[in-house]
Write a protein that binds this ligand. Structure first.
Ligand code: AMP
Ligand code: ZN
Length: 470
């Protein structure tokens, strides 16, 4: 049996077939304007489990995940702090990477940044204009003409007959926003003419100064690293429309090749204690906030992957406590199995990799559950029952293979639970550093006092600062 997933495009469970030397996966990555929250990580972790599972099944995966380092939000937030867009996004990109490593996520093989692929994006916009799929507007922006693409709306299941495939949305407005609802379906911006609020964040183009629209970066970068047609594209369900619909339109019209992507893999959203996550409800958690509450990254990972990816996951503290108990139960069962078969923990650790055999072991059913539309909850259930029944070294190797596929670290390093610096403190310290650079020492002192009040101390270095807990 080969791994399968529910393909949003075919609306069916499709077996994943590797047609070329590599199985190309492109995942929409983070917009780096603040710390990623556990909802983002739910999606990135689901993708991590898929990639690991495919590796275990013998696929030669090439995983590309972009960094969105220019958009309305990154520009706005960097300007609030008076920092360059590059410095601002670099800080949050580093933070994202630290969190990913703690959550035991494999790094993508390529992680392209939007700002480093402006030429590729402009080439694609030019091709679309030349072929008549896009047109420049008076404000120096360039729009994609959705009426020129027959397949527009197919991925998201939009009703084309009744859909206004027109230049303006139902309110008669031009759509310059990156994110919008179905009601606002209309021509969308490929390139945005420079506005005063963009500050120094602009590039030259055949249509004047401006910056790329959000959707074009994924079309241009996936093409560069995976080709005109590639295997699988992932993202949270919110990206299905308009982002992925727009990616298909841009790519297929620019390259003339179809399909852009063979399998579309969308994960359902994470809710917190039954509610949508939002800053105003105070339920928008980051990894560091949960670690501060005493949970380890391995426990958090377990809680975030334990639901089926196509069902909304209701994240609760009870769920985190359950994850903690499940992991310690798994470790205890492993220790009994190791003792029974006379294998040391160190030897077991060498088994944790892709390439193990699951067939004819007690974990065969667990593996089959995992590759059947990445059914993690079912696989976990089967793992627990099989663990009490381990008979051979091959069984243990299969179990180790499953821990690789799920990214479960039963030997989590204690240092992962070290207290982290809260992002608000990092932001204050950045503001203080800027104030100092601008010779506004009164403000710098005020900010230092504020940081101290919260229990942290800043130390200046030659080219930046350090923060320590008092
Ligand atoms: P962003 O940084 O906003 O571009 O989002 C990065 C990824 O996180 C995308 O694939 C989103 O679809 C996904 N995402 C955002 N919010 C949630 C959520 N509450 N639950 C699951 N995935 C989410
Ligand atoms: Zn994308």
């Amino acid at each position: 049996m080969k791994p399968s997933i529910h393909n949003t495009l075919s609306r069916a469970k499709d077996e994943l077939v590797q047609n070329n030397d590599v199985f190309g996966i492109y995942c929409c990555g983070p917009t780096v304007y603040g710390p990623a929250h556990i909802g983002n990580f739910r999606t990135f972790l689901v993708q991590d489990v898929l990639r690991r599972t495919l590796e275990c099944a013998g696929y030669n995966v090439k995983h590309v995940r972009n960094i969105t380092d220019v958009d309305d939000k990154t520009i706005r937030e960097s300007q609030k702090l008076g920092v360059s867009l590059k410095d601002f996004t670099a800080r949050w990109e580093n933070k994202f990477h630290e969190d990913c490593a703690k959550l035991n996520m494999l790094a993508p093989h390529v992680e392209p940044r939007a700002t480093e692929h402006i030429t590729e994006q402009l080439d694609m916009v030019s091709a679309l204009v030349e072929k008549g799929f896009a047109y420049p507007a008076k404000d120096g922006s360039v729009y994609f003409k959705i009426s020129a693409f027959n397949e527009y709306g197919r991925l998201a299941g939009l009703d084309r007959e009744n859909m206004a495939t027109q230049a303006t949305n139902s309110a008669g407005e031009v759509n310059n926003a990156d994110e919008y609802e179905r009601e606002s379906v209309s021509d969308f911006a490929l390139w945005k003419g420079r506005k005063p609020e963009d500050g120094e964040n602009y590039w030259k183009s055949p249509w004047g100064e401006g910056r790329p629209g959000w959707h074009i970066e994924c079309s241009a970068m996936s093409r560069k690293y995976l080709g005109d047609t590639f295997d699988l594209h992932g993202g949270g369900i919110d990206l299905c429309f308009p982002h992925h619909e727009n990616e298909i339109a841009q790519s297929q019209c620019a390259t003339g090749k179809s399909p852009y992507v063979r399998y579309w893999f969308h994960s359902a959203h994470l809710m917190v204690e039954g509610q949508k996550m939002s800053k105003s409800l105070g339920n928008l958690f980051t990894l560091e906030q949960l670690v501060e509450k005493g949970y380890s990254p391995a426990q958090i990972r377990y809680a975030l992957i334990s639901g089926h990816y196509r069902q909304q996951l209701n994240f609760t503290f009870k769920g985190l406590d359950d994850a903690k108990s499940a992991l310690s139960k798994m470790k205890k069962s492993l220790e009994s199995a190791l003792a029974k078969i006379n294998i040391t923990a160190d030897e077991f650790k060498t088994f944790v990799k892709a390439g193990n055999t699951f067939e004819q072991t007690v974990f065969e059913d667990a593996w089959n559950a995992l590759i059947d539309d990445i059914n993690v909850p079912k696989a976990l259930g089967k793992i627990f029952s099989a663990l009490t029944n381990v008979q051979t070294k091959q069984d243990l190797q299969a179990f180790a293979g499953l821990t690789y596929a799920l990214g479960i670290d039963l030997f989590e390093n204690e240092q992962n639970t070290e207290i982290e610096i809260p992002s608000e403190i990092v932001e204050l310290a950045q503001q203080r550093w800027n104030a100092k650079k601008n010779r506004n020492f009164a403000l710098a002192d005020e900010l230092r006092a504020k940081i101290k009040e919260a229990g942290w101390e800043v130390f200046d270095k030659k080219d930046g600062f350090d923060i320590k807990k008092i």
